[in-house]
Write a protein that binds this ligand. Structure first.
Ligand code: ATP
Ligand code: MG
Length: 870
């Protein structure tokens, strides 16, 4: 069965059992600060498990893109070396939110595997949680009894907390789980060791394919467990591993998920897969990593220098490195694999199909820039090799190459060993640990349990209509971090505060109680669908009604910028073309920033047209038409631009200003006229094929013009209030250029005169014409004079000095004949006399110069010169 059909069959099986099929959420989630990437199918549904929101259907099925490259789940180092762990993989899941539980979950998993997919029961094993003393939990007999209905008891094993208890994080929903394993070894191998003994022992052909999690507890901050009021099912099956089983192969890479990509790598690199282990590892790494990187970019996470973007950059660099070292690819080629990847997966994941060109461009440029880094690193490393000659290169040096220049340690080790040098790996490891400790210490954080004052499941947001409200505090907690100190997080029964999201900053403002006590709200954020207000202290009277007030001025300025962002988006698509896609935005009170896909620098004319387009809509006084809670499909049918990065169940709100219609949760002005004016302040590149515009509106523009006018007036004042300041300035520039020319020719004349005077000042000592003197000439002048004089004598020794801008300069001229007959050396003279002016220099035996920072030493240097010839 083809992989496409396997995926489709899984989804339709659960659809028949009343599950809604939902698309994969993007891999970078918007409002979950605890996760860098979605690393399990359940991550996008956390708010349902936490009870912060309710899904439309409490049975869902999906294939979720997961990335396990950081934090608790990190399989990166395995990838390429084994045949069944990937960075990006698809997790097939079926979900029950407070609906069915163990009985159905187990029955259906069994039915699907053995009846629909017809997997031989004799290759399956299942596991059950054995219990844990520290948590006061016993064997999961409930699951065991159900399993016994389907599979013989000798195929059921028990597992400990590590393998059979699933936790979302340090806190939150958790529960026991049952894993399903397959044994796909040959009959011969099976005869040697029973499969049961190999379960969970990292055997490449005895692997876990499916994990059924039974969420029934909540882990509290103090580590204790409490029963969840609603029990949930969360299952995750590795799609690529399932394909391996159903296609009868021994490695995920031999399934049709990977073979077309491998073929393409073979064609590009002229290498063959399956002959040499080192080459095979490299090919697997590349085929795996291109998927992770391509989908991250398609989901809006571009490679960068920080956070999630940095992780993506490192994955791509790992692939480049393996290509560079083991496949001899010294030029970009990974981007060329996007084509096959799109053919294979673009249908199931349209985000890739639509953005293919962008993905290719970004990958290509990243490859190019890293290959340049590798080149530079090789130069630096060669220098280290030369300095070391023999023995061991210190861990500190290797760490510097790694940390400062991004030069990978395994490559360093490889090159050193080729040169017969050793690397102090322990020293390197120590440096690495030191750095890790430093960054960990900086980000340490502890979060208390919520103190619940009022049980109130979902808090209401009223910020589209109101800026202040009477509210009640429903819960709060303290968060302590090294970086920010103590902060309180407050949740109210309702709130007008807009939480950071959709690019727009969170509202600020204050809380006031009936006695006039005020606490400032410093920021507002959303976490798993709960709106959290950040304060430095708690309000004094927690249990009374409180007034909360949003900072109106900041909110209004932000709204002007947000609406302008929509108009800018519309302008870009009408002026540059519909290939323009939003790639990110930041809407602050002081400015707005908009990133979009486009392949060349914008011209002055284009920028001007874009500004005019937006300003025409501002003066057109277009009113806001807002629709809340419309089905996404309906909004898109109305012409709303649909953005990737929405996940299932997001409330859809459409914002329309004339022809501009977008799905947006942000806050906006009531009429475009409020924006007053729009001005672009910068345009530039962020990455290959991605441009960024920064712009200002309203008060920002007023401030901008006031400031510009002020400096213009100041400049006019300096130009004696000339009627035509531009002309006056041009005149000044012209005058300046003429003066420069005049000075140059004057200096030349002066040098000529000086030469005449100097000739008369020469004294003869021991048959040598000698002069040591400070002159008022520049470096070029000193040289000219010396060489002019030199052409007239063959027994000349000159030391000239000059002083300019607090710096000293010496220049020494010795006739070539003297150099030969007396063994004199101008280079040596300036080096030695240079110490008086605290400097150094050099040159040739007949002419040399030295610069120094102590003009006070000139006299002494000149006085010493005679010693060379007496
Ligand atoms: P393993 O022990 O094999 O690493 P796991 O216990 O980490 O698996 P779960 O977190 O239970 O796996 O994830 C559910 C399913 O996802 C697994 O049964 C497996 O089929 C699949 N899976 C997990 N990690 C990966 C990975 N890195 N690459 C491909 N599939 C994976
Ligand atoms: Mg794992």
């Amino acid at each position: 069965m083809k992989s496409q059909d396997i995926r489709a069959k899984f989804l339709s099986f659960f659809e028949e059992k009343q599950h809604s099929i939902v698309p994969s959420a993007p891999m970078v989630l918007k409002d979950d600060p605890t996760l860098m990437f979605v690393n399990a199918g359940m991550a996008p549904f956390k708010e349902y498990f936490l009870g912060n929101a309710k899904p439309k259907n409490n049975r869902i099925t999906d294939s979720q893109k997961c990335l396990r490259v950081s934090g608790k789940h990190n399989d990166l180092e395995e990838v390429g070396y084994d045949t069944y762990h990937h960075t990006l993989f698809e997790m097939l899941g079926n979900w029950s939110f407070g609906d069915y539980f163990k009985e159905e979950a187990i029955a259906w998993a069994w039915e699907l595997l053995t009846e629909v997919f017809k997997i031989d029961k004799d290759i399956l094993y299942v596991s059950v949680f054995e219990g844990s003393e520290e948590d006061g939990l016993g064997l999961d007999t409930e699951a065991l009894e159900i399993w016994k209905k389907y599979i013989s008891e000798d195929r059921i094993i028990t597992g400990d907390k590590k393998d059979n208890f699933w936790e979302m994080g340090d806190q939150g929903p958790c529960g026991p789980c049952s894993e399903i394993h397959v044994d796909i070894r040959s009959a011969e191998e099976k005869a040697k060791i029973p499969g049961k003994d190999l379960v969970n022992k990292d055997h490449p052909q005895v692997v876990e394919i499916w994990n059924l999690v039974f969420m029934q507890y909540n882990r509290k901050a103090n580590g204790s467990l409490e029963a969840l009021p609603n029990k949930h099912i969360d299952t995750g099956m590795g799609f690529e591993r399932l394909c391996m089983v159903l296609q009868g192969v021994q490695s995920n890479y031999d399934t049709d998920v990977f073979t077309p990509i491998i073929k393409e790598v073979e064609a590009i690199t002229n290498k063959t897969y399956g002959k040499d282990e080192k080459v095979d590892v490299a090919i697997r790494v590349i085929c795996d990593h291109v998927r992770a990187v391509a989908f991250s970019i398609a989901d809006g996470q571009l490679p960068s220098n920080t956070g999630a973007g940095y992780v993506i950059r490192r994955i791509l660099r790992r692939a480049v490195r393996y290509g560079f070292t083991f496949l001899d690819k010294k030029e970009p080629f990974i981007y060329r694999l996007v084509e096959v990847l799109d053919k294979k997966m673009g249908k199931a994941f349209p985000e890739l199909k639509i953005q293919k060109q962008l993905v290719e461009n970004v990958i290509k440029e990243e490859e190019q820039s890293f290959l340049r880094t590798l080149d530079q690193g090789l130069v630096l490393l060669n220098r280290v090799v030369e300095e070391t000659k023999e023995g061991t290169v210190s861990g500190t040096k290797a760490f510097e190459l790694y940390d400062t220049y991004g030069f990978p340690i395994d490559l360093t080790a490889l090159i050193l060993s080729e040169k017969g040098l050793k690397l102090d790996e322990k020293g390197f490891e120590e440096e690495l640990q030191k750095q890790k400790r430093r960054s960990r210490a900086a980000s340490e954080m502890s979060t208390d349990d919520w103190t619940v004052l009022i049980e109130d499941d979902v808090e209401e947001f009223i910020g589209y209509d109101a800026l202040e409200a009477k509210v009640k505090l429903t819960r709060y907690r303290k968060v302590t971090s090294k970086k920010d100190g103590d902060m309180y997080q407050l949740v109210f029964n309702l709130t007008p505060f807009y939480p950071e999201g959709g690019g727009q900053v969170g509202d600020k403002g204050y809380i006031e109680d009936a006695y006039g006590d005020v606490v400032y709200i410093l920021n507002t954020k959303k976490e798993n669908n709960v709106i959290i207000h950040f304060t430095e202290t708690l309000p004094k009277h927690l249990n009374e009604s409180l007034k909360v007030v949003v900072d109106e001025k900041q909110r209004h300025r932000t709204e002007c910028n947000h609406t302008a962002t929509h108009l800018l988006h519309q302008a870009l698509r009408s002026i540059l073309g519909t290939h323009v896609e939003q790639k990110g935005s930041a809407v602050h009170s002081k400015y707005l920033r908009f990133d979009f896909s486009h392949f060349s620098k914008l011209t002055e004319d284009e920028l001007h047209d874009i500004e005019s387009f937006v300003n025409a809509r501002i003066s057109g006084k277009i009113p806001l038409v807002e629709k809340r809670n419309v089905p996404k499909e309906e909004a898109i049918a109305d012409g709303a631009m649909s953005l990737f990065g929405e996940k299932y169940g997001d409330t859809v709100r459409s914002i329309q200003f004339g022809q501009s219609i977008e799905l947006c949760g942000g806050t906006h002005v009531k009429n475009t006229a409020d924006i007053w004016h729009f001005k672009i302040v910068s345009e530039g590149a962020v990455a290959a094929g991605i441009r960024r515009i920064e712009a200002i509106t309203n008060d920002g523009v007023k401030g901008y013009y006031t400031e510009n006018n002020r400096s213009f007036q100041e400049m006019k004042g300096l130009l004696n209030n000339a009627k035509e300041p531009v002309k006056a300035l041009q005149n000044l520039q012209e005058e300046n250029a003429n003066l420069k020319k005049q000075i140059e020719s004057l200096l030349k004349d002066k040098a000529k005169n000086v030469k005449g005077e100097l000739k008369s000042e020469l004294t003869e000592i021991n048959g040598i014409q000698f002069l040591a003197k400070k002159l008022d000439l520049d470096a070029g002048g000193l040289k000219d004079v010396a060489f002019e004089l030199g052409s007239q004598f063959d027994n000349l020794f000159l030391l000239f000095a000059t002083e300019k801008d607090g710096k000293a300069l010496l220049s020494c001229y010795i006739s070539k004949e003297l150099v030969a007959s007396k063994g004199l050396n101008a280079g040596q003279v300036v080096r030695e006399l240079g110490k008086f002016i605290q400097g150094g220099g050099g040159g040739q035996p007949f002419f040399a110069t030295a610069g120094g920072k102590n003009p006070g030493g000139i006299e002494q240097a000149l006085a010493e010169a005679k010693n060379y010839i007496v």
